[in-house]
Design a protein around this ligand. Sequence first.
Ligand SMILES: *[C@@H]1O[C@H](CO)[C@@H](O)[C@H](O)[C@H]1NC(C)=O
Length: 732
Amino acid sequence: MAVKMLPSLIAVVVCFARIAFAIPHHELEDIFAQAKTAFADANYPLAVKHFRTLKELLPDWKDNYINLASAELQTGNVNAMLQVYKEAVSKFSSDGPIHSRYCELLAKTGDMADVERPEDGIQACERAVSLEPRLKSNYLYSAETLKLAGRVNQALVVYAKADALFPEDAEILRPYCAYIADIMDAFFNHPTARLPPNGYEICAKVAEMLPEDSDILQKLAVALKVGMQHEAAIAVYELWLQKFGDRNLKDTIHIKATLAKTLINGGKRDRADELAKECLAAERSRSHLNAAALVRAIGWPYDRLGWELQVEETDATINSIKIRNEKMCPSGKWRIALNYTEEAELHPDRLSITFLNSDTAHQTYGRTDDPIFIGPLVPKYPHLFLEKAVYLVLFKKDVFLTGLNGVVHADCTVYAGSHHANIGLQTFPMTDDTPIVEIHDRAVSIMLHQMQNYYHWVAEALPKLLLLKEHVLDKPEYKDVKVIVPSKGVAKTLEDTLGMEEFAFLKDRLITFANPTTTRYHFTKGLFVVDWVHARDDVHGTLAESQWAVYWPPKHVHSIVRPFFHAALRKRGTFPDVTAASTNDQTIVYVQRKGGVRSFANEDQVCAYLSERFGNRLLIHTGGEGLLRQVAVFAKARVVVGNHGAGLTNFMFTQPGAVLVTIPKDPMVDFCFANMVAGMGERHFVVSEIPGAHYVGSYPALSAKHMELLGNVIENAYEMSSVGEVGEHDEL
Ligand SMILES: *[C@@H]1O[C@H](CO)[C@@H](O)[C@H](O)[C@H]1NC(C)=O
């Protein structure tokens, strides 16, 4: 094994004869000499033996513990080494150096050890700090040990404390910044991490102190990128390329691929595309394909090349899965499954399917005269959609779930279903060494892409849960079936929703899908999922081969979600009566995205204008209220207005006859709300006259002329809306 350090023996010149009394002095000298010789000859097992003898004879001789531990480490027995220190710190409980040394070794070798009680080590580190609070290394090793034990917040606290005690110290700031950047980059695995608000400032400071440190400059860029400071992140990556770009081809290409992704988020699509292509030319690796596909997805609407790159990335990923576990895939050769019907016919022993919408699947919805464009036609804007087929799928036994998106896999097969090439395998653990959590309950999974995002929760995961409730969870024969949900903190709206009394029946039936990128869950007794798949022959061309359409739910969803929430309001007596004459108040809901991406640069002025023009009819929605309060706001709306963003998902809660007014992105790539409006059978205005924002950018300030235009469109939409006149009978 690779031992990270080679500690030498402490050169002890101790007159141990004074301590010992039962054994003649020269005998002790002899044993010690033999131990030292054995150590010098690299006969570590023998050295261990002698040091152990000495420990028995002279239990109060401190330095002997250190020597014994060093010898244990040399035999490769990290656990035995740590055990010796554990004994020593309990014996010499007010000895600073021995605590410090133990903590250091824990930090350096803890990942190789089989640490049963990490608290012991953490306590030793805490004690080291309190015994020698001025010793900088105590903080560094404490933080390291906490990191190894997965104590993210405690580690952050130790770094912050060290930073306060030793200000402007690169030795502290360097690992502190690196840790912040790593946590930010893998936030889904640490949803409850309390990161300092000035994370990238810490990195910026140390990057300035260590101008030749390429790693730290990269961490700074990562912190900025994840913190959505795209412009600054781009500048730092460009600086990195300038300073270090000619050193190591591999690192440079990696930075270029990351820069390409940052550039597309910064709205610089041409340079992003150019860099992504350069990376592909160097190597058509998974990560380069991923960057190139992302650039095309965000930069070019319905891009054929983007889809092809996505398919290539997925194929490359499936081909590089190395799992050969007996239970999963003894042959080690993996494939992707896109069609549950075919799979169930081929392998009735593995899975079975129930077709949930056979009466409506493959029917067309939408209308050719919707949306109404105010301004130029938006290229590729879809109008008609083919209803997806909705299935309840039962994987009968020994099925596995892992990765951020909860990818189902078993029998050498990755089940992509509705997500096709966009299944999201970037965080799928590809090897056999991933720990497996055995689940012996039958379960349903609602895990999917970006569950923490409001749109993906309300439009995708929640409807799946409602269908699973109806077809599985509510049935007496499935009383034992559990539900897989993300860790606490990942999806606030999920917690709010599950907090509704409508879901009280799930109490004691939840299983947390924790650390999904580093853990594999094995369902020994089977797993249910609901999934929807678009027709192979997509006559309208709006769903197939689109990196975005995989996230658009079928029309069927709207016949479930809307009534579910309206019933919840009725039950609580908060369903708005929109037929009464007094209900013009707050029937125009403007969805504000203040400060967020895709908000107007002059959001306050826009709101002031709309307030003045529409008076009491207007409600500015900021999203601070609880979920059901929010549902009630939208259930009262005749017109919902907003820039493209998750807040528009709330349109799903409106009553029949409501109208959506939206300002598109530029380029407009994700038409999820077009699908939503069509699926609900409603109408929408797309105000393309107003300059748009790119995918994660800001909308430019709205001019006075455009404010007036927006106001006029809202007025038209209001005229067109028929809330309270139609459709309610469907739900009553
Ligand atoms: C799945 O396969 C079946 C049988 O070959 C076929 O009829 C069906 O159209 C396919 N479904 C999709 C969504 O492609």
